[in-house]
Every structure is written in C-alpha cells, then in structure tokens.
Design a binder for this molecule. Sequence first.
Ligand code: SF4
Length: 224
Amino acid sequence: MIPIHEQFHSWQGEGVHSGRSAYFIRTLGCPVHCPWCDSAGTWHPDYIPTKIERFSAEALAQRAAARKPEFVVITGGEPAIHDLLPLTDALHACHLPVHLETSGAFALRGEFDWVTLSPKRWRPPLATVWKQANECKLIIDSIGALTEWAPQLLAWDVERPIWLHPEWSCIQDATILDAITEWIKVHGKPYRAGWQLHKCYQADLRDPGSQAAVPLGGNVARGY
Ligand code: SF4
C-alpha cells in the first residue's frame, strides 16, 4: 500500500513531454524539505492532511487506466522513498508508460520509461540517478544557482535537456529571468528555458482529485 497525496488527470506542464495528456500520482512524504516547496501537503507538519489515503499498486493502475492518459507521472513529495516496482509493474500491465519526477536523492526502485531529475541542494542527487535521468529540471531560485550546479552539469550528456525553471515565486524577478536567458545564450545546448505551463492554465485544478498547491515561505529555524 502506497500513501498518496493526490491523483488526477491533467497534462504535463514541464519538460520534453510538456502539453501531453498525463495522469499524476503524487506520493506522500519527502525528507528533502525545500524552503520553497509547492507540495508542502506531502510532508510539512503544518500542511500534511490528518487523513492519509493508501492504495494498492493495482488500484492506482486501474484508476489511471480508466482516464486513458498518454502516460502516468509518479511524483511527490519524493516518490523514490517508496519501492515503486509493484506500481510500475501494475501500470505497465495496463499498457501505460511510466514517468518519474525525483530529486534523485534516493535510489530508484521500479521500471521507468522516463526520468526527470530535479536536483536540490539540501539533499543532492546520487551519482546513479544523474546517469539514469532523461532530462534535468533545475529550479533557479537565485542567480548563483547555475554556477552552484555547474560541476555536475558540465559532466552531463548534451543530448539530455537541462531545463532552467525560475522558482515560482521568482517568475517576475527580472534578475533571475535574465540570468537564465544569458546562460542559455552563452552555453546553448543542452540548456532550455523552462516554465510550469500547467499553472498558467490552472489545468490540474480542473480535476477534483487534485489539490491546490501549498507554497512555503521558508523558515530555516524550523528546518525548511
Ligand atoms: S520541492 Fe520536491 S523535493 Fe523539495 S521538499 Fe517539495 S516535494 Fe520535496
């Protein structure tokens, strides 16, 4: 049984598969504790729900298959803290490709058709996950974020895109947007400017299974 925060049919708003019909399964729990997390309901003591639903892999796969998406995205929280092999097996048995979104801080357990790595400085990715990822999504929350990750990014295979996303509370911060623009102009491939397009459409909220994002303001004294 897997603890689930929400599951809903929408479309992928980020990365290479942006714009495609996708069913999202958001698992509960995340030990990474980013100060700007917009899924605080998956881990934060002030926002985590009192009633936590748990589903079998088969039940999750049947719900997903009933919505007929192009693929399923397992996300979180940090989904890799769970053994996802039973779920990926059940989804594949329903002929659904499986995508994973992870911070990379934990070894992946499951069979994935696409892995999006979103590294976080508070708990950096394992070397194995850097290699397994099909694309990287770097959240730019300061103009120093790009140089901070440069050593890992220089070792990255240029055929795998690296998306540079402004952290959502910074989307009108010209210094962040300009830093992304200049980095892409200077370095070119594999960097691409990214955006969370589904938020502009409020696409996820059209499904009653989704929950409104809970953005944190950050509180170092409390450990996030
Ligand atoms: S942004 Fe992702 S990795 Fe960071 S705390 Fe939130 S769920 Fe965890």
